[in-house]
Ligand binder design. Structure first.
Ligand code: NAD
Ligand code: GLY
Length: 373
């Protein structure tokens, strides 16, 4: 069964923007959304994508611009697929195209892809001629529920992930659940990890819904996907509207990320997907929270069971030594004045930021986690 069209807004005053969610809406809704959210946009459009995504969906995007009375100049550019191309080198290649095509300040950048394409396209939009508009068409579940919303844009540096970037909100986000039909199962799971994150940190009822609806989500049931995406984006939109530049509560969106980033770094960003590392990171955060007495074993185990039910990993790599853990976690972007910060669940639908976690507590949690292998 298909899901009805739904719209949310990220309430940022004059920069308020819509998130449109529906099944099979890409071609028909793109132009209406563009006109509604960017009535003054120019005729130059750059669609950024990669060969994997473009093979499936570029034609649908190009088709939307055909036969329109405004004579569009739609240019597309494909960047190679992979995290390593979210780089300054690729950014520079895109800038070369914009210069060559003489794109002006009224142009629109359209990101068609997962978080890699979205983050890069967003950073291009943030910086081309000091900032132009960007429309996000996320095609992975992770990008649909997380990276396309909220305006964090970035490229990587050899010294670390997302080190070079800017906050630049998109003009609109178009989420078509039908594009997930071609998404590999592992990538779907990585997105489900971020969806579970919202249930843990902000919405106990959604957590219970996920306990009851994991199989439909894994089966890519359009209605289940639409509900999970809508609820996740609504939570993210609320948090971003309250704290756009992460001075406070936006950090809660990083639940599981301090442990997760350490796993990703220790495994050279190659064998674990970001969402998989976050899933295990959330299990470790739940263990730490339980150890501190914030949550009981019943809720801790419910978190672990939910993550397991999505076929996500719950045990970190056993080869990581305590020293490696501590070193990698101390490099995390959430470290403030040399102090590590952890987001811990404090009850159903609630989480808080803690900066007083001791080395002894971390050692205990890491050992307890590894012992589950
Ligand atoms: P990704 O963009 O690398 O996409 C994963 C894989 O799926 C790629 O091979 C891609 O080509 C393929 N793919 C995408 N859509 C597809 C589809 N519909 N059908 C078939 N294949 C498809 O990975 P991701 O998980 O989407 O994004 C990860 C990136 O997002 C990282 O760089 C991370 O730093 C960033 N991120 C940013 C934010 C933010 O707030 N800006 C939040 C979370 C993650
Ligand atoms: N993905 C975390 C954030 O957008 O803040």
């Amino acid at each position: 069964m298909t899901a009805p069209l739904s719209t949310l807004h990220v309430e940022l005053g004059t920069r308020r923007y819509p998130i449109l969610i529906g099944d099979g809406i890409l071609s028909e809704q793109l132009l209406p959304l563009l006109h509604e959210s960017l009535p003054q946009h120019g005729r130059n459009i750059l669609v950024l994508s990669n060969p994997t995504v473009a093979g499936h969906y570029l034609n649908a995007v190009l088709h939307a611009f055909q036969n329109h009375d405004k004579a569009y100049n739609v240019h597309h550019m494909l960047i190679p697929d992979g995290e390593s191309y979210k780089s300054l080198a690729t950014y520079s290649d895109v800038m070369d195209v914009l210069v060559k095509q003489r794109f002006d300040r009224d142009c629109v950048i359209i990101a068609l892809g997962g978080g890699v394409v979205g983050d890069l396209a967003g950073f291009v939009a943030a910086t081309w001629q000091r900032g132009v508009q960007c429309l996000q068409i996320p095609t992975t579940l992770l990008a649909q529920v997380d990276s396309s919303v909220g305006g964090k844009t970035a490229v990587n540096h050899p010294g670390g992930k997302n080190l070079i970037g800017a906050f630049h909100q998109p003009a609109a986000v178009l989420i078509d659940t039908q594009v997930l039909t071609t998404l590999p199962d592992r990538e779907l799971g990585a997105g489900i990890a971020e969806i579970i994150k919202y249930g843990i940190m902000a919405d106990a009822e959604f957590f219970r819904w996920l306990q009851q609806n994991m199989q439909p989500l894994l089966d890519k049931d359009p209605q289940a996907l639409a509900h999970a995406i809508h609820t996740s984006c609504a939570i993210k939109a609320r948090v971003v509207a309250a704290d756009e530049t992460e001075q406070g509560q936006r950090a809660l969106l990083n639940l599981g990320h301090t442990f997760g980033h350490a796993i990703e770094a220790a495994t050279q960003y190659s064998s674990w997907l970001h969402g998989e590392a976050v899933a295990t990171g959330m299990v470790m955060a739940a263990r730490l929270s339980c150890l501190r007495g914030f949550i009981g074993t019943t809720y801790r185990d419910a978190i672990i069971d939910l993550i397991q039910s999505a076929h996500l990993p719950t045990v970190p790599p056993i080869a990581m030594s305590i020293d490696t853990w501590l070193e990698l976690m101390s490099r995390d972007k959430k470290v403030k004045d040399g102090t590590m910060r952890f987001i811990l669940p404090t009850g159903p639908g609630a989480a808080e930021i803690f900066s007083n976690v001791t080395q002894a507590e971390l050692t205990r949690v890491i050992n307890e986690s590894i012992a589950q292998a």
